[in-house]
Design a protein around this ligand. Structure first.
Ligand SMILES: [Zn+2]
Length: 145
């Protein structure tokens, strides 16, 4: 991904706002983790959280992931599908980052799981009104080649 300096500034600004919020963002029950403290330490904005861990973006555009039980064991995420998911889901939390969401490329294919709608059909089957299960495509409705 090409991150322009304007993008970097937006990521940085969103990260600052996230860290500056005085209310702790606690994860877990036993020895809870404060996600705001961790974000400051890692210089990374949490974009997508699930039961297992978190994906976060750094101002330089690097997407990292870690598991909740090993928050300092960072991995760099290079899979284009996962990166799309993280950027798309993250932009819902931080609308100012929506320009980081990739546009569909001509060789992309419709996501077979949601038939291009971006909405994982299990949500409807389970009676969820909102999107609780994120589709394989991350909600974009298409998959990178
Ligand atoms: Zn899909």
């Amino acid at each position: 991904m090409n991150v322009t300096s304007a993008h970097s500034e937006k990521i940085e600004a969103a990260l600052k706002t996230f860290i500056a919020n005085p209310e702790p963002y606690l994860i877990g029950l036993e020895s809870p983790l404060d996600l705001r403290e961790l974000a400051a330490e890692l210089n990374a904005l949490p974009m997508f959280l699930d039961f297992g861990g978190c994906y976060a973006i750094r101002p330089n555009g690097e997407i990292i992931s870690f598991d909740w039980d090993e928050p300092y064991n960072l991995e760099s995420e290079n899979d284009p599908r996962i990166r799309n998911l993280v950027l798309f889901q993250g932009a819902k939390k931080y609308p100012k980052l929506s320009e980081l969401v990739p546009s569909r490329l001509p060789d992309a294919e419709d996501c077979p799981h949601c038939n291009g709608t971006g909405m994982e059909p299990m949500n409807k089957k389970l009676g969820f009104d909102e999107e609780r299960i994120v589709c394989y495509c991350g909600g974009l409705g298409w998959l990178p080649k």
